[in-house]
Ligand binder design. Structure first.
Ligand code: GLU
Length: 282
């Protein structure tokens, strides 16, 4: 059965860009007789706010986007992330890293899709249990081991995976039980998500996810990276830049069903446009 998901991080209230993403995930599932799941990506302990979850769910109901099955929380899956990371460690693909973001920025020679490419400063180092380290994947070794990999985007077509462009990404973060890459990849597999819908800003992350799927023997979904709503300055919508929160529109008595319909028909509010390019600044 086809299954999609909407996977918000409860770091802030949802805005129109989230509504657009949720409409797409919901409608693709419904149009094909599939299921639509909601997953709360709440493992970022410093930014995640549990109290926003009821607001997010109320927004989805207000938009008329009913979901199937219980809402899933990443914080309930931490043991799964640890098991997968141990497997990658046992394959000799992870190494501990003590560098701060500033260290990486200062030493990096190139920029990758996620920011400065890690220059490999800690490659080959070891850590004692309990040391505050992040674990990075040795990307060259991992890619060699996996061999050439392909993935399919419904809109962009067949893609040759190029995870090397990211360099040695973090798999287990110092301050969180997993990285986005590891948690999202494992969860999509565990949740039986067969069509991963998300914004074009995450298109290139799929190269890394395809590699993790190969290394961890996970099923390979199809992807559907949709366009992003941009503000007047051509930037991705963000609440911190003043995009209205859905919760405020809901409380003000606006019609959520009409809003969802307008998004489906690409009738956006003045000043908002849709970009289908990969290179939108975060
Ligand atoms: N949690 C991510 C976000 O809110 C979405 C991740 C994904 O769809 O893979 O941007």
């Amino acid at each position: 059965m086809l299954r999609t998901r909407f996977a918000p991080s409860p770091n802030g209230l949802l805005h129109l860009g989230h509504a657009y993403a949720a409409v797409i995930a919901h409608d693709l599932a419904r149009a094909r007789g599939g299921e639509f799941l909601v997953r709360i990506e709440d493992i970022d302990g410093t930014r995640s706010r549990r109290e926003l979850v009821p607001e997010i769910l109320a927004d989805l109901e207000w938009l008329g986007l009913g979901w199937d099955g219980p809402v899933v929380f990443q914080t309930e899956r931490i043991a799964d992330y640890a098991v997968a990371a141990e497997r990658l460690m046992a394959m000799g693909l992870l190494y501990p890293c003590t560098c701060s973001r500033a260290d990486v920025a200062a030493r990096a020679l190139d920029m990758g899709p996620d920011g400065p490419i890690y220059p490999g400063t800690c490659r080959g180092k070891t850590a004692l249990p309990g040391d505050p380290v992040a674990w990075r994947i040795d990307m060259a070794r991992a890619s060699d081991l996996a061999g050439p990999l392909w993935w399919e985007d419904e809109l962009a077509g067949r893609q040759l995976a190029g995870p090397e462009a990211f360099g040695d990404v973090i798999v287990l973060r110092k301050e969180a039980p997993a990285s986005y890459h590891l948690a999202a990849t494992l969860d999509d597999a565990n949740d039986g998500v067969s069509l991963v819908t998300r914004g074009m800003d995450l298109f290139r992350a799929s190269h890394v996810h395809r590699l993790l799927q190969a290394l961890l023997d996970l099923p390979v979904p199809t992807w559907h990276h949709h366009g992003l709503l941009l503000d007047e300055a051509g930037r991705k919508l963000a609440k911190r830049r003043g995009s209205s929160a859905l919760a405020d529109l809901r409380r003000a008595g606006e019609d959520g069903l009409a809003l969802a319909q307008a998004l489906r028909e690409h009738r956006f509010l003045a000043g908002i446009s849709l970009s289908t390019g990969v290179g939108v600044a975060p």
